[in-house]
Design a protein around this ligand. Structure first.
Ligand code: NDP
Length: 314
C-alpha cells in the first residue's frame, strides 16, 4: 500500500483495473519508466482468477489456472515497479492535463489514464434469483463447485462461459443439465465437443428458466420450452448462470464515450474520446474478449499513453 505522501504525488500513468489488460499495461508502463500505479478494488486478475483452467493462452500447452496466470502477470508488472494498490476506483475526472481517480480511501492524480474495469456476469432478473443467490444460485463455478458434490445442478447459457464452467463443474456435480434458449450453441467448437462427449452433461434445448424455487435453498426451477410453450419443473439443487457479461463502466458515464451497451469506445490505438485517456480489455468495445486480446490491448494502450506523454513533454 502506498503511503499518504505517495498518494499525493503525480503519477505518469494511472491504471484502473487489474485484470490481464491492466496488468499488461502496468508491465509496459513500468518498462517505459513511467511512474505507474494500478488500482484494483476487487481481485487482482479480474475474471481470470475465477477460471479453473485456461487452455487458450499461448505459452501454456498443458493449460494454466487463472490464479497462477494472475500471480505470474502481477509479479512481472511489479518487477518493473508498477505499484498495485487494493482500492476501488469510484470516480474519474478525465478532462484537462491532470487526471484524477477517487477511490473510497484516497485520490490519485496522473498525467495519463488507462481504463480496464472489465465485465461482470449478467443477472437474469427472474423470480427467486436474488433470494437464492448464495443458497443455490451462483455465478462462479470455481468459487462454489465444491458445495455441489454429487448433486444435480443446472447451468444456464450456451456460450463459452456456460460450457467451460459446466466442464469444470463435472468434476464435482453428479449430473449437469445445460439449459439453452436455442438449439445451437454459441460456444467454441472445442468446448462443444468436450461437453457432448461428457456423459454426466446433458442439454435442454429451446428452453428458458422462468423461476427459481425452494425453501431455505434451491429445490427446483420452472422452465418453458420457447417453441411449444410447454412449462415444467426440474428438480435441482444448484443453478449456475452464465448468460453473458456487462461492462463495469457505470462510474465512467459522462466521463468517456460509451456505446449503447456501456462498452468504452476507442480508436485502434485504444484512445478514448478524451485526450490522455485510454481503455483496454473486456470493457473496451471490441470484436473478441479473450485473455490474449486483453493482453494485446493492455500493451497497445500503455504504448499509446507513453507516446501521448512524450508529445506533451516536447
Ligand atoms: P456470451 O455472450 O458469449 O454467451 C451468453 C449465452 O447466454 C448465449 O448462449 C446466450 O444465448 C445466452 N443468454 C443471454 N441472455 C440470456 C437470457 N436472458 N436467457 C437465457 N439465455 C441467455 O457470454 P459468455 O459469458 O459465455 O462469454 C463472454 C465472453 O467471454 C465471450 O466473448 C466469450 O468468448 C469469452 N469467454 C471465453 C472463454 C474462453 O475462451 N475459454 C471462456 C469464457 C468466456 P444466445 O446464444 O441465444 O444469444
Amino acid at each position: 500500500m502506498g503511503t499518504g505522501e505517495e498518494k499525493n504525488k503525480l503519477f505518469d500513468l494511472i491504471i484502473v483495473g487489474g485484470g490481464p489488460a491492466g496488468l499488461t499495461a502496468g508491465l509496459y508502463g513500468g518498462r517505459a519508466r513511467l511512474r505507474t500505479v494500478l488500482l484494483e478494488g476487487a481481485l487482482v486478475g479480474g475474471q481470470m482468477t475465477t477460471t479453473d483452467e485456461i487452455d487458450n493462452y499461448p505459452g501454456f500447452p498443458e493449460g494454466v489456472t487463472g490464479s497462477e496466470l494472475t500471480r505470474l502477470m502481477a509479479e512481472q508488472a511489479r518487477s518493473f515497479d508498477c505499484e498495485i494498490i487494493s482500492e476501488m476506483a469510484i470516480e474519474v475526472e478525465a478532462e484537462g492535463e491532470t487526471k484524477t481517480v477517487r477511490t473510497g480511501q484516497s485520490r490519485y492524480q496522473g498525467r495519463a489514464l488507462i481504463l480496464c474495469p472489465g465485465t461482470e456476469y449478467r443477472k437474469m432478473g427472474i423470480p427467486g434469483e436474488k433470494e437464492f443467490t448464495g443458497r443455490g444460485v451462483s455465478y462462479c463455478a470455481t468459487c462454489d463447485a465444491a458445495f455441489f458434490k454429487d448433486r444435480k445442478i443446472v447451468v444456464v447459457g450456451g456460450g463459452d462461459s456456460a460450457l467451460t464452467e459446466a466442464l469444470f463443474l463435472r468434476k464435482f456435480a453428479g449430473e449437469i443439465t445445460i439449459i439453452h434458449r436455442r438449439d445451437t450453441l454459441r460456444a467454441e467448437r472445442i468446448y462443444q465437443e468436450k461437453a457432448f462427449a461428457e456423459p454426466r452433461i446433458n442439454f435442454l434445448w429451446d428452453t428458458v428458466v422462468e423461476e427459481i424455487c425452494g425453501n431455505q435453498t434451491v429445490e427446483r426451477v420452472k422452465v418453458r420450452n420457447v417453441k411449444t410453450n410447454e412449462t415444467r419443473d426440474i428438480q435441482t439443487e444448484g443453478v449456475f448462470m452464465f448468460i453473458g457479461v456487462i461492462p463495469k463502466t457505470g462510474f465512467l458515464n459522462g466521463v468517456v464515450e460509451l456505446d449503447e451497451w456501456g462498452y468504452i469506445v476507442t480508436n485502434d490505438s485504444c484512445r478514448t474520446s478524451v485526450e490522455g485517456v485510454f481503455a483496454a480489455g473486456d470493457a473496451r468495445k471490441s470484436f473478441l474478449k479473450q485473455i490474449a486480446t486483453a493482453v494485446g490491448d493492455g500493451a497497445t494502450a500503455a504504448f499509446a499513453a507513453e507516446k501521448y506523454l512524450e508529445e506533451k513533454d516536447k
